[in-house]
Write a protein that binds this ligand. Structure first.
Ligand code: SF4
Length: 360
């Protein structure tokens, strides 16, 4: 792994109460699917996303009613709010004035120099960052003409074009995304971007598909990028309830040891030695720990033959035995519990360990 692509070497940018970049944290982001001007629906979806562990939320701002809804939405949610604007600088100004914690707009698309200056001045006054969103599917015409088709070099050139406009106005609170639907292209574009500039990168594979296929495709692509030490925020884009995006994003970060605010489930694949109804127990425990905001490792294993030893890294676990469960901590059995109450006992132990983390 190249030194200069490590995420700790990026510039730090504040988004609400979060610091993006300059550290080894990767923040999970999602985007609402409601009409932004339907304040009730948007706020309610954001609350569901917060509950699932979403740390930053983005809303689309396609028209004036959406821009007018920003102050009220902002007032009623607890996580930083990003407002996505395409071209219209007036909406960018309204969003900034309305309390957006970050705006996503490409300065090269705003229009005249005066309009760009006005947006940058407003963002500076409120100390909020601007995300430049490069998308392989909508590269500038002069770049497409130069390269013939969307390439990683063309995407980096597009990013640098927008970055230059902001830097010339002495604006540096910048986050950049380099989205592509093609996984190879996205990986190469993010690698080249991490070499070309030090602004934090927001990761995403765009139009990745349905809940199942999109989760696999996004995880494959973003996993490759994360493993190179690239990325400070990420969004899994799915044609599904955005809560699913958050769940997949958190799971992906857990896989790389990059989520300090989520519990992990270890469960065995089951085999002929199984002594309990493991699949339904694993699903119940997974659901239970999904809202825990501490790095607790929980194991659920079908039997005690290989069970506790195989899950030695678990903070707490249960292994099935005849008519009972064996509760274990870090591979050591601590007590036996009757089958009927073993899941409840496991949950109590999980809560205790999570409390210890919260108190620490
Ligand atoms: Fe089979 Fe037991 Fe291993 Fe599960 S823990 S796969 S039931 S041997």
């Amino acid at each position: 792994m190249s030194q200069i692509t490590h995420r700790t070497e990026t510039r730090q940018v504040k988004v609400g109460n979060l610091v993006i970049g300059g550290n080894d944290q990767v923040v999970v982001q999602s985007m609402t699917t409601t009409k932004t001007d339907d304040i009730e629906a948007t706020v309610s979806e954001i609350h569901r996303l917060e509950e699932a562990g979403c740390q930053i939320v983005r809303v689309a701002c396609p028209d004036i009613p959406a821009a007018e809804a920003i102050p009220e939405i902002k007032k009623r949610i607890n996580i930083p709010l990003v407002v996505d604007i395409h071209f219209d600088y007036r909406m960018a100004l309204m969003a900034i004035e309305g309390g957006a914690d970050k705006i996503r707009i490409n300065p090269g698309n705003i229009g005249t120099r005066e309009k760009v200056e006005e947006v940058v001045k407003a963002a500076k006054a409120k100390q909020i960052p601007i995300r430049i969103g490069v998308n392989a599917g909508s590269l500038e015409r002069h770049i497409l003409e130069k390269y013939g088709y969307p390439t990683a070099d063309g995407m980096v050139e597009s990013a640098l074009h927008h970055i230059k406009i902001l830097e010339e106005l002495d604006f540096h609170d910048i986050v950049v995304s380099m989205k592509a639907s093609d996984v190879h292209l996205a990986i190469e574009a993010y690698e080249k971007a991490a070499q070309a500039f030090s602004y934090p990168l927001h990761l995403g594979i765009t139009e990745s598909g349905t809940q199942f296929a999109g989760s696999v495709k996004s995880s494959a692509g973003l996993g490759a990028i994360l493993s190179k030490g690239i990325g400070s925020t990420l969004r899994i884009s799915l044609s599904a309830d955005p809560v699913e995006e958050v769940k997949v994003g958190r799971e992906l970060l857990k896989t790389f040891g990059l989520a300090s605010n989520a519990a992990t489930l270890i469960s065995c694949p089951t085999c002929g030695r199984i002594e309990i109804d493991l699949i339904s127990i694993a699903n119940e425990v997974e659901e239970y720990i999904s809202t825990i905001k501490a790095p607790v490792k929980v194991a659920v294993l079908g039997c005690a033959v290989n069970g506790p030893g195989e899950a030695r890294e678990a903070d707490i676990g249960i292994a099935g035995a005849k008519g009972e469960g064996l509760l274990f901590r870090h591979g050591e059995i601590i007590r036996k519990v009757p089958e009927e109450i073993m899941v409840d006992e496991l949950k109590k132990e999980v809560d205790k360990i999570a409390e210890e983390h919260y108190a620490a």
